[in-house]
Ligand binder design. Structure first.
Ligand code: GLU
Length: 496
């Protein structure tokens, strides 16, 4: 039998990184077993639905390289794949379940239920429906329906006994039926709850595996009882542990970014997000933690998912992002950095190229490549590129003249050294303006005169960048070009 599994998100707008990790595990389980990966949109809770959420979800997953074999846009023979379009299917199975005695109509008003709950709370009893309507006679039910009384449909859980369910990761788990609630399957507006819709859909869509977050473990016995009530063979279940923050709490917005969209906007690469996420709760058998999506597909085994909660460690994400940034070609890196330079207001698109918004010049691809290449080793996320390289784009650098002064040197000495550097660099031919030639010109003078490197190179670097910390002066000079470099030197001399 073909393996089939699904990712079943509720379309609430953005993709939480924990949900994405679950989606990734489901996708990899499908790929590793040669199965089908299906998207099912669980939108029965219409209040929470956000317009455009499905398109957004497909967009972000597509960006990460995750595609579905079946779903609302991929199609397939088990559609519709959106729960709100499956009402007739739920109606049919709800009627069937009532006929089979696996469920019953409950006419209790919300006032009655509230009072019941308050009483239970006062007596320190667990909150549970007291099963009043379970004992209504057929005549009573008919009467209430005729009178148009609203009702929900509840699952009829066995009153006693034990239910043993099997989780692929945890093995057998035992539940006492007396601890389970007759929960609602169909709401008074006729819409199914998750508990009903997911079972009906997983069955009718012929899912062989259900992988879902372990927050659903407590529903697991009720779901299995529902399969039994219908007389259906349940799929295999695996509950995937939650992701916690470093303090051990739930990963929530209060501690920082939690959606994949946030990370994309900050300039995290899809490769890094995938690699980081796959290691939250799973590990390859060998020690090699750097994994492409293809390698993950080959190495992943469902049974190797760990059941202890995974911990979200942003430093590790930064490490992977830095790694993948370093492995980009310069051209790829430029293309990745440009949107961030635009967002930071340093450049804008102009014809087929880019314009420096400070100077108005049209920038060469070579210049942009030079800028990006200089930061490649250090860059943790693409959105840092603007701040790190702003000085390359600025028309006039603003910095205090004191910054030019290296250690105990006097302003006069620094000025003299900058004048000497200027004189030496002027002699380097423009067509041979490389970091090597400019370095040779300045360093050979320092060596010949027995001067100290810092006395020359510090002011030179500050003159070119206006910063306390930056790449070295000759690397920066190469990217800036001869004309601009000399101009900046002259301006620094004027400051002293
Ligand atoms: N809609 C549920 C959720 O987003 C799906 C759980 C499941 O995969 O069954 O948590």
């Amino acid at each position: 039998m073909e393996m089939r599994t699904r990712f079943a998100p509720s379309p609430t707008g953005f993709l939480h990184i924990g949900n994405f990790r679950t989606a990734l595990f489901i996708y990899l389980a499908a790929k590793s077993l040669g199965g089908k990966f299906v998207l099912r949109v669980e939108d029965t809770d219409q209040k929470r639905e956000v317009e455009g959420a499905v398109a957004g979800l497909l967009d972000i997953l597509g960006w990460l390289g995750i595609h579905f074999d079946e779903g609302p846009s991929a199609g397939g023979r088990f559609g519709p794949y959106v729960q709100s379009q499956r009402r007739p299917i739920y109606d049919k199975y709800a009627t069937e379940l009532l006929d089979k005695g696996g469920a019953y109509r409950c006419f209790c008003t919300s006032e009655r239920l509230e009072k019941m709950r308050a009483d239970q709370q006062a007596k320190k009893l667990p909150p549970r429906y007291d099963r009043t309507c379970r004992h209504l006679t057929d005549e009573e039910i008919e009467e209430k329906m005729k009178a148009g009384e609203p009702y929900v449909i509840r699952q009829k859980i066995p009153e006693e006994g034990e239910i043993v369910v099997h989780d692929e990761l945890r093995g057998d788990i035992r539940f006492d039926c007396a601890d389970l609630d007759d929960h609602v399957l169909i709401k008074s507006d006729g819409m199914p709850t998750y508990q009903f819709a997911s079972v009906v859909d997983d069955h009718t869509m012929e899912m062989t595996h259900v992988l879902r977050g372990d927050e659903w473990l407590s529903s697991f016995p009720k779901n299995i009882l529902l399969y039994q009530a219908f007389g259906w063979q349940p799929p295999k279940f695996a509950h995937i542990p939650l992701i916690l923050n470093k303090g051990g709490g739930k990963l929530s917005k209060r501690q920082g970014d939690v959606t994949v969209e946030d990370y994309r906007a900050k300039g995290y690469l899809p490769e890094a997000i995938l690699n980081f996420c796959v290691l939250m709760g799973w590990h390859p058998k060998d020690e090699n933690e750097i994994l492409s999506l293809k390698e993950m597909e080959e190495k992943f085994r469902l049974e190797d998912i760990r059941i202890s909660p995974a911990v979200f460690d942003l430093e590790k994400m930064d490490y992977f992002n830095g790694y993948y940034i370093r492995h980009k070609s310069w051209d790829e890196l430029v293309s990745l950095c440009v949107p961030h330079l635009v967002a930071d207001g340093l450049i804008e698109e102009s014809g087929s190229g880019y314009k420096n918004l400070s100077t108005g010049e049209i920038l060469s691809r070579q210049f942009l490549r030079g800028v990006a290449a200089l930061e490649q080793e250090r860059l943790k996320k693409l959105s840092d590129i603007g701040e790190a390289t702003r000085f390359f784009f600025e028309k006039d650098l603003s910095y205090e003249p004191e910054l030019l002064i290296w250690k105990k040197a006097t302003a006069e000495e620094v000025k003299a050294n900058l004048e000497k550097s200027l004189e030496l660099l002027e002699k380097v031919p423009a067509e041979d303006w490389t970091k090597h030639s400019s370095k040779d010109a300045v360093v050979s003078h320092i060596e010949a005169t027995g001067g100290r490197m810092g006395d020359y190179l510090w002011p030179l670097r500050v003159a070119l960048t206006g910063r306390k910390a930056s790449p070295g002066p000759f690397e920066v000079a190469e990217v800036l070009g001869k004309e601009k470099s000399l101009e900046r030197l002259k301006r620094a001399i004027e400051k002293l």
